[in-house]
Design a protein around this ligand. Structure first.
Ligand code: ATP
Ligand code: AH0
Length: 366
């Protein structure tokens, strides 16, 4: 894909499973063209972040709480779009659409499955005066697919290289991989936890939102017994297609495995190792020649070193391929919105297991 600045202006908005804020990008997209024009990370106000995290687990009065959070999120999304417009001097009429992923609070793939992303597209369209494309996952699920991961076809557009066997790992709250053999997309799936368990552990023990560069984990030794127990979860052995979320990998998943005397830094080192091992084990059969990393985990030097150690191949940031790791997901949703408006299919059945390719997303006019 060429990175020449041509095509339509589209905004992409992502609020992922880390619930750390809004990633917003302004892009230009056309057939075979993609370029990034402006970027923004806007933190969520603390009460809204708490309300989202509370909704990620079943609880009382969910419908009212979800309705209120949807409206509040959309006002934050609108603010992020406004800032991008100010940064670039563009007017709402010049933006073809906003691709808004929304905030996942429940993901239940499988029979009669569904995936719920909060965020009110009507509010966002009205507040910005821009067309919104949203609800990208459920059409794929209606066709028997997992509804996730959706970024692999975008990874293919950007990162496939003839003659190279490449894997892409997106390490956010959860981690997912894309498998590319030359220009062919061979598969993609969620490998399990990315940063979510490390984040909750360091928050609990050091009151920090995340382990910067992985420094805390790097100073400890993984506990081999604990690691073996965690890796024994059936999710890791499940064949693709598969996807997961905070429904499975959260504090209560970890708790029963922790020995009473567990030393916090050793647990952090074990959780980093769990992420590294679950990704590298998942790539063993594919045997890539190179691993490109995106998502917030690309900043975790310790994690990258552990991946390199296990895989024995170059592990590099997507920045070296022209797109900074922080913006890949948000850019993917701008691209999926563009595909929706062009009438192009967005899902990859080889990834999600859907019975066929289909156009993804619903369009809300301002
Ligand atoms: N400098 C850093 N060092 C270590 N880890 C970092 C750093 N910066 C970000 N991270 C990690 O990346 C996480 C955010 O990643 P990202 O924004 O890709 O997640 P997300 O989009 O919310 O998740 P998902 O892809 O699962 O939807 C943070 O919660 C933190 O754990
Ligand atoms: C249901 C949901 O929100 N899943 C996310 C999550 O975060 C990473 C991984 O789990 C991936 O499956 C997906 O996100 C990216 C954007 C995707 O769909 O490709």
């Amino acid at each position: 894909m060429s990175s020449e600045a041509r095509g339509d202006y589209l905004i992409g908005l992502m609020t992922g499973t880390s619930v750390d804020g809004i990633d917003a990008v302004l892009t230009r997209i056309g057939d075979g063209h993609f370029s990034l024009q402006a970027t923004l990370n806007q933190p969520l106000p603390d009460p809204l972040q708490d309300a989202v995290l509370a909704l990620c687990q079943p609880g009382d009065n969910e419908i009212d709480r979800a309705g209120a959070v949807s409206r509040q999120l959309s006002l934050c999304y609108a603010q992020a779009c406004q800032t991008l417009l100010e940064q670039t001097g563009l007017k709402p009429q010049q933006i073809r659409a906003i691709g808004c992923h929304g905030q996942t609070v429940r993901h239940r793939p499988g029979e009669n499955g569904f995936s719920l992303q909060l965020g009110c597209p009507d509010t966002l369209a009205v507040e910005t005066g821009i067309t919104v494309v949203s609800n990208f996952r459920n059409k794929d699920m209606a066709l028997g697919g997992q509804g996730a991961p959706l970024v692999p076809p975008f990874h293919q557009q950007l990162f496939a290289r003839p003659g190279q066997r490449r894997a892409i790992a997106n390490i956010g709250g959860m981690a997912n991989v894309t498998l590319l053999d030359g220009n062919t997309l061979l598969g993609g799936f969620d490998t399990g936890p990315g940063n979510v368990l490390m984040d909750l552990w360091i928050r609990q023990h050091r009151q920090q939102p995340f382990d910067r560069n992985g420094d805390w984990a790097a100073g400890g030794e993984p506990d081999p017994r604990l690691l073996a127990q965690l890796l024994d979860d059936p999710y890791f052995r499940l064949p693709p297609p598969k996807s997961t979320g905070r429904e499975l990998f959260h504090a209560d998943w970890l708790k029963p495995h922790l020995p009473g005397h567990s030393e916090p830094q050793q647990v952090q080192a074990t959780l980093a190792e769990l992420t590294a091992r679950s990704i590298s084990d998942a790539l063993a059969d594919f045997a890539p020649q190179q691993l490109l990393v995106c998502g917030g985990g690309a900043h975790n030097h310790h994690l990258l070193a552990r991946l390199q150690h296990h895989l024995e191949i170059p592990v590099i940031s997507t920045e070296s391929e022209g797109l900074h790791p922080d913006w890949v997901e948000a850019a993917a949703f701008a691209w999926l919105a563009w595909a929706r408006l062009e009438g192009q299919c967005g899902n990859a059945p080889v990834v999600t297991g859907a019975s066929r390719e289909t156009i993804l997303g619903q369009v809300t006019l301002p």
